[in-house]
Design a protein around this ligand. Structure first.
Ligand code: SAH
Length: 346
């Protein structure tokens, strides 16, 4: 497949788009539902497997669309059940996808771009500049392929893999509509979370999007001084602007926002930082996820000491902020962002 051919992949089509296609080909709209069932329930790998459509129409589908697959290059399994997949795209680029097992079901963490341009100092993904956005079908296929290979039903999705989803906004939105479709993968909007480093304009746009999808913000700092130092995006959208956008999202959707905060030794993990963070988030409907940093060989940052993580947590708790100290998954399989891909590219 050539890159420009991406519109041929049927996995990039929402139900509405399929209906438009059917209409312009003088087919009944209910065929869209049938197609979705074949693709995402029966998980067919060829249009020939379809049994409830006429031969000439199947021939036409074969002509107009492709049923793509992702080639799995490596598959690692962690002792805690986390599985990591390295996929090769049609143009040879490599992406990674993670499957996690929880008491409430299986969740998948998807990649949205080849590389990333956001330049967060602590992150392994950003060491490779963005080569291109992923197409909607390439994000959809990550979930479909993982659920096939691991033979599980995926119930939750986090858009937290490599890339900045709001820097690939239209494809990510289309992806969300496709996986949410109740006739297909049926991943409930409330079970989907999109994480951004803080592209403020897009947070406003996302607040007005009609699916009930969750939002997570990679904040990682309680003030502009620290945030400027570790996240380039803060120079374009400082914390005050980001907080305004978060407030807008909460007002508009009535949903709680997850605040991600990686604890970096000596950078953002003092008790004073915790108090500043509590001041910043006071009165907002948010949930703070404190994340132990996954150290990256090429980066100078260190994981906070366990006792500092606990005191940071305690300060927030005392200040009545909803907070959890996230347990780590997949530590033994390069599951931290971008680490598997970086290794392979080297
Ligand atoms: N660009 C989006 C989504 C991808 S990053 C965003 O920034 O939210 C997903 C999350 O992993 C972010 O919170 C990111 O800051 C965090 N992260 C990146 N590198 C990490 C590392 N080495 N250890 C722990 N978390 C990391």
């Amino acid at each position: 497949m050539k890159l420009g051919d991406y519109m041929k992949s049927i996995y990039g089509y929402t139900e509405e788009m399929l209906k438009e296609y059917l209409k312009s080909n003088n087919q009944k709209p209910f065929r869209a539902a049938q197609l979705i069932e074949w693709l995402y329930r029966h998980k067919i790998s060829s249009f020939d497997e379809i049994t409830n459509m006429k031969k000439d129409f199947i021939l036409q589908l074969k002509n107009d669309f492709t049923i793509d697959e992702l080639e799995c290059v490596t598959h690692q399994k962690s002792s805690d059940g986390t599985q990591k997949f390295l996929f090769k795209l049609a143009d040879g680029n490599l992406i990674e996808t993670v499957l996690m097992c929880h008491d409430y079901g299986y969740s998948v963490c998807v990649t949205t771009q080849v590389g990333c341009n956001m330049g967060c100092q602590f992150c392994a993904s950003g060491m490779k500049k963005k080569l291109r956005n992923l197409e909607a079908f390439e994000i959809v296929l990550q979930i479909l392929t993982v659920s096939k290979l691991a033979d599980v039903r995926v119930s939750h999705v986090v858009v937290m893999g490599i890339g900045e989803p709001f820097d690939n906004y239209d494809n990510v939105i289309r992806f969300l509509k496709i996986i949410n479709n109740p006739l297909g993968l049926e991943i409930g909007a409330r079970h989907i979370t999109v994480s951004t480093c803080g592209l403020v304009d897009k947070i406003y746009e996302y607040s007005d999007f009609d699916l009930q999808v969750n939002l997570a913000i990679s904040l990682h700092a309680p003030n502009n001084e620290i945030r400027n130092q570790i996240m380039n995006i803060n120079k374009a959208y400082p914390i005050e602007k980001l907080i305004d956008a978060i407030k807008y999202y909460i007002d508009k959707t009535n949903r709680r926002v997850t605040i991600e905060y990686i604890l970096l030794q000596g950078i953002n993990d003092s008790k004073q930082n915790a108090n500043e963070l509590a001041n910043l988030l006071h009165g907002l409907n948010v949930y703070v996820n404190l994340i132990p940093y996954n150290e990256v060989i090429e980066k100078p940052y260190k994981r906070s000491k366990p006792e500092d993580m606990v005191s940071f947590f305690d300060v927030l708790k005392k200040r009545r902020i909803n907070v959890q100290l996230r347990r780590e998954q997949g530590g033994d399989i390069d599951a931290a962002c971008g680490q598997l891909r970086s290794k392979h590219i080297k």
